[in-house]
Design a protein around this ligand. Structure first.
Ligand code: NAG
Ligand code: NAG
Ligand code: NAG
Ligand code: NAG
Ligand code: NAG
Length: 355
C-alpha cells in the first residue's frame, strides 16, 4: 500500500503513564510505529521545541505478529487512553484489550542451539506472545541502561491470558545477564536450548562462514580455526561458547535449577512435539500444541510449522548443512568436551546424548 494514498483518520493511542508520555500511531503494514508527545505536554514547550517534537518523530521497528494484522478491524475500537482523532499516514492501533508486558519467560540461549526454532514453535500456542526480534537487553550495557520501560516497549502486545516470551541467545554466555534478570523477576522461568557442544561449534563456524561470504570477507577452513600449532585452539570463541558447564554455574548462582528448563535441541529437530510438550508443562500452559502442528519438509530436512491454517518454515539461514571436518580434529574436539559434558550432566542432574 503506497504511503501517500493511505491517509486514514484513526484514533491515537496515548500512554500518559510513562516517564515521557507519548502518543503512538502504529502500522504493521510498513512495520513502523510513530510516537510523539501529546499535545497538552507540547503546549508548555516553546514553539521551536514544538516543531522539533513534531518533526523529530521517534521511529522504531515494530514487527506485529501476523495474527494481529488479520484481526485489526478497519475502524478500530477505542483503546484505553484514547484522546481523539488525528489525520495521520497510514495508521492503526493495537487490538483492544492488549498491552505490553515484561516477559514471563526468556529463552536465554544457547547461540546455534535452536532458539529461533523453539520460539517459533512455542508461538503456535494461543497463550504465547513471542517478541519478534532479539532484544539484547540484559547482555548489552547500552541497552540495559535504558531501563525496564524501554525493554517492555519492545515486547509484543498481548492479551491478559497470554504470556510474553523473548529470546536472546547471547544471554546464556553473558556474565551479567543472570543477576540482571533476577533483579527484574526472581521467579522468571528460563528456557535453555542446548545441542551437542561439538555440533554447536560446527554450526557456529558455519554461520560465521556464511556471514563472511555474504560480506565478501575472507573465509577460513574449519580446521584452521579449530587447530593452532597442532593443538586444539581452545580460545576459539565457538569452542568457548560450547563450554556449557562454565556458564551454567553462573546461572545457578542466581536461579534455582527448577527455574531453568533445558530443551534438548538435538531432540527438537527429530521430535519437536515431545520437547514442546515438556515446555508447555514447565510454563504451566494448557496443552495446545499437537502433532499436526508439524510436518516434515523433505527438501529442507527439517520440520516446518502448520498453525492457524498457515504453513511456515524457518529462514533458509537455519539448518544449513555442516562442512565435513577432519576426523582427527573432530576426535580432538570430542575428547576436549567429554569431561566438560560430564561435569555439566552432574550440575543439572540429567544426561544428554553428546557422545
Ligand atoms: C473519529 O472518527 C470517527 C470515524 O471517522 C468518527 O465517527 C468520530 O466521530 C470521530 N471522533 C471524534 C472525537 O472526532
Ligand atoms: C515473574 O515471573 C513469574 C513466572 O513467569 C510470573 O508468574 C510473575 O507474574 C512475574 N512477576 C512479575 C512481577 O512480572
Ligand atoms: C541494543 O544495543 C545495540 C548496540 O547499541 C543495538 O545495535 C541494538 O539494536 C539494541 N537493541 C535494540 C532492541 O535496540
Ligand atoms: C520446503 O522447504 C523448501 C526449502 O526450504 C521450501 O522452498 C518449500 O517452500 C518448503 N515446502 C513446504 C511445503 O513447506
Ligand atoms: C587431518 O589432519 C591431520 C593434521 O591435523 C592430518 O595429519 C591428517 O592427514 C588429516 N586427515 C584427513 C583424513 O584429512
Amino acid at each position: 500500500m503506497p504511503l501517500q494514498t493511505a491517509s486514514l483518520t484513526v484514533p491515537l493511542l496515548c500512554d500518559l503513564s510513562r516517564n515521557f508520555p507519548q502518543c503512538c500511531a502504529t502500522t504493521p503494514a510498513i512495520t513502523i510505529s510513530i510516537c510523539w508527545l501529546p499535545f497538552s505536554l507540547l503546549l508548555s514547550l516553546s514553539m521551536a521545541a514544538l516543531l522539533g517534537s513534531v518533526f523529530l518523530l521517534v521511529l522504531q521497528t515494530y514487527a506485529a505478529p501476523p495474527e494481529f494484522i488479520q484481526m485489526w478491524p478497519s475502524a478500530p475500537t477505542l483503546g484505553p487512553g484514547y484522546l481523539g482523532n488525528e489525520t495521520v499516514t497510514p495508521s492503526l492501533v493495537p487490538p483492544p484489550g492488549t498491552s505490553k508486558h515484561l516477559p514471563h519467560s526468556i529463552i536465554i540461549g544457547v547461540r546455534k542451539g535452536g532458539t529461533r526454532a523453539l520460539l517459533e514453535m512455542l508461538d503456535i500456542h494461543p497463550e504465547v506472545a513471542a517478541a519478534a526480534t532479539e532484544v539484547h537487553f540484559f547482555d548489552w550495557d547500552e541497552n540495559y541502561s535504558k531501563g525496564l520501560e524501554w525493554y517492555r516497549d519492545l515486547m509484543p502486545y498481548s492479551y491478559p491470558h497470554q504470556i510474553t516470551i523473548e529470546k536472546t541467545p547471547g544471554y546464556f554466555t553473558s556474565p551479567s545477564a543472570p543477576a540482571r534478570i533476577r533483579a527484574m523477576n526472581s521467579s522468571m522461568k528460563l528456557l535453555l536450548i542446548l545441542r551437542d557442544p561439538v555440533e554447536r561449534v560446527i554450526s557456529d563456524y558455519t554461520q560465521v562462514y556464511f556471514n563472511r561470504l555474504e560480506n565478501h570477507k575472507p573465509v577460513h577452513a574449519i580446521e584452521d580455526m579449530l587447530v593452532k600449532n597442532g593443538a586444539l585452539n581452545t580460545r576459539y570463541k565457538a569452542i568457548q561458547r560450547s563450554l556449557y558447564e562454565m556458564y551454567m554455574r553462573n546461572w545457578l548462582l542466581h536461579f534455582p535449577l527448577e527455574q531453568i528448563h533445558i530443551v534438548d535441541g538435538d531432540m527438537l529437530i527429530y521430535n519437536p512435539l515431545s520437547e514442546l510438550q515438556k515446555v508447555e508443562q514447565f510454563l504451566e500452559l494448557p496443552p495446545r500444541i499437537v502433532a499436526t502442528n508439524f510436518y516434515f519438509n523433505q527438501t529442507k530436512g527439517f520440520y516446518c510449522i502448520r498453525s492457524d491454517g498457515r504453513e511456515r518454515c524457518l529462514h533458509e539461514s537455519k539448518g544449513r548443512p555442516h562442512p565435513p571436518v577432519n576426523s582427527t580434529v573432530l576426535g580432538q574436539l570430542r575428547s576436549y568436551f567429554r569431561q566438560h559434558n560430564h561435569n555439566f550432566y552432574q550440575l543439572v542432574g540429567r544426561t544428554f546424548n553428546w557422545g
